[in-house]
Write a protein that binds this ligand. Structure first.
Ligand code: SF4
Length: 516
């Protein structure tokens, strides 16, 4: 094939796996756009992973992949110069803004790129198609779009964990009740109590070293990062991603389910998969991942409850959150049903818990984000966003914070997770009740409270746990808005019995955005 008719596909940094590019595409274009790092303050580890993944992809196929380093996508495309005789394919990207940009490219509305020079291909990287999701959502009249119902449809459509008669394996679709164990008593690391392999860790190479030097150079040009960039923790190549998947399925999956909600101060990883980064970079196909997990169950290497819990996260939550991002529309991120307007304090923005925050759970989780750019889903939901919701932080700012501070954060992941689930800012479209809890939950599911200067049972005075007191202040503040929610009726009824409620509310108002 001549150079003039070669098919080239531009892949974004979250489309790096083989399943994004068909065999008849001869060339792949990758773009490192520095402007992306100037627009927002990202965690340094996140920038490292993205650049490392792009550069490793280019290095793996030097004759097929061209990596363009430019200030912006527009500048890179001017350099590549697509034309109707040299068309560029691009698979639909993962944010509203990026989709607008590729459509403008295809329409010839970007300088230097004539109409007909760019073809937009359908999205990949998820299990359900947009049409399947829309059919499912429309069949419910756009209401009660519960993840559980969507997940069961996914299992049926793809024959996941089904008996030959089509019923769910083990007689149940949902093994959540088996998957909520607190951490084992008396240990600081899960591996001290259970048989558990170390997570798969990558070996850094010269590309990682070069990325670190380039990030330093970017800082001298005015780019600002937060967080620390220690040894790389996550897979950034297809080979690494497959190795990480294999380690998880063979050595960690069996313990994943029971302890997926547990927290240990000295064991951030517990039995989690650490696959969200390679999944969201597009290095693994989600169906491939869950089929491996199911094979472990069928082969007697992992219990059903644990495998079900993992498959639920991947083809349930991950796919559901992706489709809700598009289905709810671009204005969804501005929803603010509970009228939360507080700015994020500097110590939260900067992940700077060390000096200021005495609440042990919050301090440790924020330190984990600073050091790793990652915590598992329960510290995210029940410590960080529980705190943000109790304090009434602006939901759109909280969404940006999760997007930029987490190595696996993207706009599509964080918008529905934060606006809908964590902050209940959509008024209940996605979750049937707010995910807020007092210190009792954190005490039950972690080993934090024993070493904390606060007491999770106390809500008033010097020792008052800021999560317990914050919970009651949250309920008092939001009672009128939550009054008609049947799942909140018991909690709200409890407000009437709190003789000290006014004092708790005053105490927490005085705490304001001060570090607890
Ligand atoms: Fe967190 Fe309260 Fe427990 Fe301290 S007592 S670790 S602030 S939940």
């Amino acid at each position: 094939m001549s150079a003039a008719t070669e098919r080239t596909q531009w892949c974004f940094a979250d489309q790096l796996g083989p399943h994004f590019v068909d065999d008849d595409v001869e060339r792949v274009l990758l773009v490192e756009a520095t402007a992306n790092f100037r627009r927002r303050t990202y965690h340094r580890r996140k920038a490292h992973l993205i650049l490392s993944a792009l550069r490793h992809r280019a290095a793996a196929e030097p004759h097929r992949v061209r990596l363009v380093r430019a200030e912006s996508y527009s500048a890179a495309l001017t350099e590549f110069a697509p034309s109707p005789g040299r068309p560029l394919l691009v698979r639909d990207p993962t944010s509203f803004a990026a989709r607008r940009f590729v459509r403008r490219l295809a329409a010839g509305e970007v300088d230097g790129v004539p109409k007909g020079a760019v073809d937009v291909l359908p999205e990949r990287g998820f299990v359900a198609t947009p049409q399947e999701f829309a059919r499912w959502a429309d069949s419910r009249g756009g209401r009660r779009l519960l993840m559980e119902d969507f997940y069961r449809g996914q299992r049926r459509r793809h024959g996941l964990l089904l008996e030959p008669d089509g019923l769910p394996a083990g007689g149940s679709w949902n093994f959540d009740a088996d998957n909520r164990r607190p951490p084992p008593a008396g240990v600081t690391r899960l591996a001290d109590a259970e048989e558990l392999a170390e997570p798969w860790w990558p070996e850094e190479d010269e590309i990682d070293a070069e990325v670190r030097r380039d990030l330093e150079r970017l800082v001298t040009t005015g780019v600002r990062f937060v967080g620390e960039d220690g040894p790389r923790r996550f897979a950034v190549t297809r080979e690494e991603a497959v190795a990480a998947l294999d380690r998880f399925v063979t050595g960690r999956l069996a313990q994943f389910g029971p302890y997926e909600d547990a927290m240990l101060a000295e064991d951030r990883w517990l039995a989690h998969s650490l696959l969200s980064v390679p999944l969201n970079l597009g290095l693994l196909d989600p169906l491939e991942v869950v089929r491996e997990a199911e094979a472990a169950y069928r082969g007697g290497r992992a219990p059903l409850a644990s495998v079900e819990g993992f498959i639920r996260q991947v083809v349930g939550w991950r796919d559901y959150i992706w489709h809700m991002y598009w289905y709810a529309g671009e204005s969804y991120r501005d929803r603010n049903a509970l009228d939360m307007t507080q700015p994020l304090p500097a110590w939260f923005e900067e992940l700077d818990a060390g000096r200021e925050v005495q609440a042990r759970c919050l301090s440790d989780v924020l330190a984990g984000v600073r050091e790793e750019g990652w915590t598992h889903h329960i510290p995210r939901l029940m410590v960080l966003s529980n705190w943000a919701a109790q304090r009434g932080y602006d939901p759109a700012r909280v969404t940006d914070w999760f997007h930029t501070r987490f190595v696996d954060g993207y706009e599509w992941v964080m918008t529905a997770n934060v606006i809908g689930m964590a902050m209940h800012a959509d008024g209940g479209l996605l979750a049937t009740k707010p995910y807020v809890a007092g210190g009792a939950y954190i005490d039950r599911m972690s080993d934090y409270c024993g070493g904390c200067r606060y007491n999770p049972k106390v809500r008033l005075g010097e020792d008052a746990c800021p999560f317990t007191a914050g919970y009651w202040a949250y309920l008092a503040r939001n009672a009128p808005a939550l009054r008609d929610n049947p799942r909140m009726s018991r909690a709200l009824a409890g407000l009437g019995n709190r003789h000290d409620l006014d004092d708790v509310v005053s105490q927490e108002a005085a705490r304001g955005s001060l570090a607890p």
